[in-house]
Design a protein around this ligand. Structure first.
Ligand SMILES: O=C(O)CCCC[C@@H]1SC[C@@H]2NC(=O)N[C@@H]21
Length: 237
């Protein structure tokens, strides 16, 4: 079920609160807001409240035997990519950037924020359908830059369908097919990146693919490879 509300602070915060309150939120249900007054992005950043954009969250209830929860970010990335491709089949240069950004020609189209509460993982997705913010540190785009953009209700229905399908595949077939699909859609190996690690260190290098666990490999200038499990990854200017 997709529940659409005119406005809230953050759909992620709402689902996390529902989990804490023990309210029964079913896996596969979505909360979609037309406006968010306190949208949350990764790394403590905010998420812009673009009128006409898609802003919604869903939930995964982790089960015994599920693949590692961190790989849900990759599931969400693939589901998001497929939803955008289904709505805009002629859109070129669509790429995933680890851990969970969707880019068009290197500019950010959409972002994903995973937040965990016990065995519940809230997956929040924001897509620039009609509006893109001006950001000081990265280029952004909106689908409307490339032709008629889908309205958010149509987009929500498509995304809900791809999320349910990809979550099922993750459970049924594990992460190997997921990794293969993610690798095929990722920015090319050799892309110059800057990584801000959680401890504050900043690393420069080039994208060297995904590890078999879904972490990112970064090749440094001295030829060594670092495996990045967390952090903020940006295309180098
Ligand atoms: O920083 C990012 O790229 C992640 C952005 C995630 C934004 C979405 S919008 C719907 C959901 N609710 C939030 O507060 N954040 C996510």
């Amino acid at each position: 079920m997709i529940r659409t509300i005119p406005e809230t602070g953050s759909t992620n915060a709402d689902l996390l609160q529902a989990l804490r309150n023990g309210e029964g939120v079913r896996e596969g249900d979505w909360l979609v807001a037309y406006r968010q007054s306190a949208g949350r992005g990764r790394q403590g950043r905010g998420w812009h409240d673009g009128q006409g954009n898609f802003m919604g969250s869903t939930l995964c209830h982790l089960r015994a035997g599920d693949p590692p929860p961190a790989t849900l970010a990759l599931v969400a990335g693939i589901a998001l990519l497929e939803a955008v491709q289904a709505q805009c089949p002629t859109l070129a240069n669509l790429q995933l950037k680890w851990p969970n950004d969707l880019l068009v020609g290197g500019a950010k189209l959409a972002g994903i924020l995973l937040e965990r509460e016990g065995a519940g993982v809230v997956v929040g997705i924001g897509v620039n359908l009609a509006a893109a913010p001006d950001l000081p540190d990265r280029r952004t785009v909106k689908l409307a830059d490339f032709g008629p953009a889908p309205d958010r209700d149509t987009f929500a229905a498509t995304l809900a369908e791809s999320w349910t399908r990809d979550l099922g595949r993750w459970r049924d077939y594990g992460i190997d097919p997921l990794l293969a699909r993610w690798r095929a859609a990722a920015v090319p190996e050799g892309t110059a990146l800057t990584v801000h690690e959680p401890g504050g260190a900043v690393l420069a290098g080039v994208y060297a693919g995904l590890s078999d666990e879904g972490a990112m490999r970064l090749r440094l200038a001295d030829g060594q490879t670092r495996v990045i499990h967390a952090g903020d990854v940006m295309l180098a200017p």
